[in-house]
Design a protein around this ligand. Structure first.
Ligand code: SF4
Length: 384
């Protein structure tokens, strides 16, 4: 299949009803349990090593009608919290056997509790990630937290998680992350050959299937993309930041580039690309996952790391990619993203890097305003 047809096929799945893809997979594998992973990051290897399928539950998109969840959460809460609750209330998550939330923010914390109370047939887990990454006890703490989680998943799967199985899962996800890094590297170097929407589709589809199936898709896609040789357009190069949890509609991602920029890097689906290098598989695999979280994971608004300023990471990213500006694309009412923006704004202004701040919601249908803002921003830079 040609690369354009391959991407079109997966776009159709994401446009229609991505979770049906998982429901169909489960119907074909009736004995296999499926565990949903709320953004941002989950140690999916622990789920996979128990013989279960970890899948991304990253909101309801702009085709889900919110009829019940609005009455359970305040109006000033981000869309993904409400749509994730709605999905379960209208039985769109019937294929799930478990779901895991994390200590990323207060709404996500509350959502975990609401799920536990309202959907007793689901195993609802909650990971308390370390809040102090400079303590000498952090790795012991996180290793113990992961072991606690493993005990739950052993119960759910009805079998023990062996070290060998976990090492194998780490190797598989390492390969998946490596291929995603290659995809991002191509885009950063020759964005005319791979649009942000295309790389998003190829990444997102992998949150809905076993990693080995995604690896095969990525290999086929990479081979096709490497054949492309497009002429660069007259666009400004930017880095996009702020969409690490709730995901913008596909049409918005598409419209941003069409408005006149190449997005060289972004933080979409960040948890599925959490490690910029392989997690070591040899030795104690649980401890390796904890050590990698501490020492070699990406920066993010939901990781409380005081060792280096997040704004420094963002500015480094701009310099390394050769971008000329930053697009901050934050989910409406996302507190971590808003807190970050205050710091990013200050640092970007100090470094003389132009930026544009935009907000989105899952249920956006009209993209003209965002597109006009980007066009005006691009023109201001091109004709400055
Ligand atoms: S979008 Fe922001 S506020 Fe909402 S759950 Fe995610 S991190 Fe929390």
């Amino acid at each position: 299949m040609g690369i354009d047809s391959l991407i079109a096929r997966y776009r159709e799945i994401l446009d229609e009803s991505p979770l049906d893809q998982v429901a169909e997979w489960k119907a074909k594998h009736p004995g296999t349990k499926v565990v949903g992973c709320y953004p941002v990051y989950s140690p999916v290897e622990l789920i996979h090593a128990a013989g279960m399928l970890p899948v991304g539950i990253v909101g309801g998109g702009n085709r889900l009608e919110i009829a019940h969840a609005d009455s359970r959460f305040q109006s000033f809460v981000c869309s993904i919290v409400k749509s994730t609750l709605e999905l379960a209330m209208v039985d769109k998550l019937a294929f799930l056997d478990g779901i895991v939330f994390h200590s990323i923010c207060d709404p996500a914390r509350n959502l975990g509790s609401v799920y536990k109370r309202n959907f007793p047939r689901l195993m609802v887990e909650y990971i308390h990630f370390a809040q102090n990454l400079t303590s000498p006890h952090t790795i012991d703490y996180l290793t113990a937290e992961y072991r606690r989680l493993m005990t739950s998943y052993e119960q759910l799967a009805g079998k023990p998680i062996t070290d060998d199985a976990l090492r194998q899962s780490i190797r598989i996800y390492n390969e998946q992350r490596q291929l995603l890094r290659e995809l991002y590297a191509i885009r950063a170097e020759k964005p005319q050959n791979l649009s942000t929407l295309e790389s998003y589709i190829l990444t997102r589809i992998g949150t809905l299937m076993p990693p080995d199936e995604h690896i095969a898709i990525l290999k086929e896609a990479l081979a096709g993309i490497r054949q492309r040789d497009e002429r660069p357009k007259d666009r400004i190069k930017v880095v996009l930041e702020g969409s690490f949890c709730e995901q913008p509609p596909l049409e918005l991602i598409e419209g941003l580039e069409a408005a006149g920029c190449y997005i060289l890097d972004d933080d979409f689906l960040l948890g599925w690309r959490w490690f910029p290098a392989d997690v070591p598989a040899e030795g104690d695999p649980v401890r390796n996952l904890a050590e990698s979280y501490l020492h070699q994971s990406v920066y993010s608004g939901v990781k409380h790391d005081t060792r280096e300023r997040k704004s420094k990471h963002l500015i480094d990213k701009v310099k390394e990619t050769g971008a000329a500006a930053v697009l901050i694309l934050a989910a409406k009412f996302c507190e971590p993203a808003l807190f970050d923006y205050a710091l990013y704004r200050q640092a970007l202004e100090k470094a003389g890097i132009p930026h544009l701040y935009l907000e989105f919601e899952e249920k956006m249908w009209i993209f003209d305003k965002a597109r006009t803002e980007v066009e005006t921003f691009v023109e201001s830079m091109l004709f400055d």
